[in-house]
Write a protein that binds this ligand. Structure first.
Ligand SMILES: Nc1ncnc2c1ncn2[C@@H]1O[C@H](COP(=O)(O)OP(=O)(O)OP(=O)(O)O)[C@@H](O)[C@H]1O
Ligand SMILES: [Mg+2]
Length: 245
């Protein structure tokens, strides 16, 4: 049975789609069968971040309307995670339920199902899921961290037992200028165990236009380590001292 990993945040624009697409790509190193699912209906950012995203003919709305089968809707590119595109509109309440049932059934076909979510505390999909990991993404500023804390709180209240925090767009200056508290107090405040820190990195935008990740880019290496930890490998978290160098 595969793992479902939903990538969420309280505040928007913190890097969920970037993290989801990259983690899915890196998980392919440890598992053959990886699926990335875009659930951000109307925005559909994940589609821009995967090779073959633009070749999606059908989206999840077509699947639920019976226009296309799951095989026809899934974009398959050799060596890449499989991909399910979001519709260019919001999901209906019935579609959220159908999506949850679909993901639960796809656990038999995939080792990892990574789900890119919209920002906010409306965990309409998660309410139907069991035994999943929520990756809460936050930038290290107080507004985003507060949103992450609220997201963790709601997810825990809903019964999610595996909530992990990704700090994205980390800048050493945040710590030096004391804009960002130390990592332990962030984890206490947010209420989730840290799974990784991704630096602010101009390669993110550059790679978006290039269409594929730069292997040695710091953000790409950090997300590779996060994927490794999700896959159960013992990869130590970076020491803050090292990050500040
Ligand atoms: N580590 C990083 N370094 C630099 N830029 C980044 C980093 N992570 C994400 N970005 C940039 O931040 C912007 C928002 O990223 P992204 O779309 O992944 O966020 P999101 O949380 O999915 O947004 P939304 O809430 O709208 O779905 C993008 O322009 C992306 O390129
Ligand atoms: Mg997004």
């Amino acid at each position: 049975m595969g793992d479902i990993i939903t990538v969420v945040s309280g505040k928007g624009g913190v890097g969920k789609s970037t993290v989801a697409a990259s983690v899915a790509r890196h998980l392919k190193q440890w598992a053959k069968r990886v699926l990335l699912v875009d659930t951000d209906g109307g925005i559909c950012s994940a589609q821009l971040l995967v090779s073959g995203g633009e070749s999606a003919i059908y989206h999840l709305g077509d699947l639920f309307a019976g226009v296309a089968s799951v095989e026809e809707t899934t974009v398959v590119i050799e060596g890449e995670p499989h991909f399910l595109a979001a519709p260019d509109r919001l999901f209906t309440p019935r579609e959220w339920r159908e999506l949850a049932l679909l993901l639960l059934s796809l656990r038999e076909r995939y080792d990892y199902i990574v789900v890119d979510r919209a920002a906010g505390l409306d965990f309409v999909l998660e309410q139907y899921l069991t035994d999943y990991t929520a990756l809460v993404v936050s930038t290290p500023d107080p507004l985003s961290l507060r949103g992450a804390g609220q997201a963790c709180h709601v997810l825990r209240q809903m019964g999610c037992e595996n909530v992990r925090l990704v700090i994205n767009r980390f800048l050493p200056a945040y710590v030096r200028q004391k804009i960002m508290p130390n990592i332990d107090s962030i984890c206490d405040r947010v209420g989730a165990q840290l799974i990784g820190i991704v630096p602010e990195d101009l390669f993110v935008l550059q790679d978006l236009t290039k269409g594929k990740p730069t292997k040695e880019a710091p953000y790409n290496k950090a997300l590779n380590r996060i994927a490794g930890r999700l896959a159960g490998n013992a990869i130590a978290l970076p020491k803050l001292k090292k990050l500040l160098k």
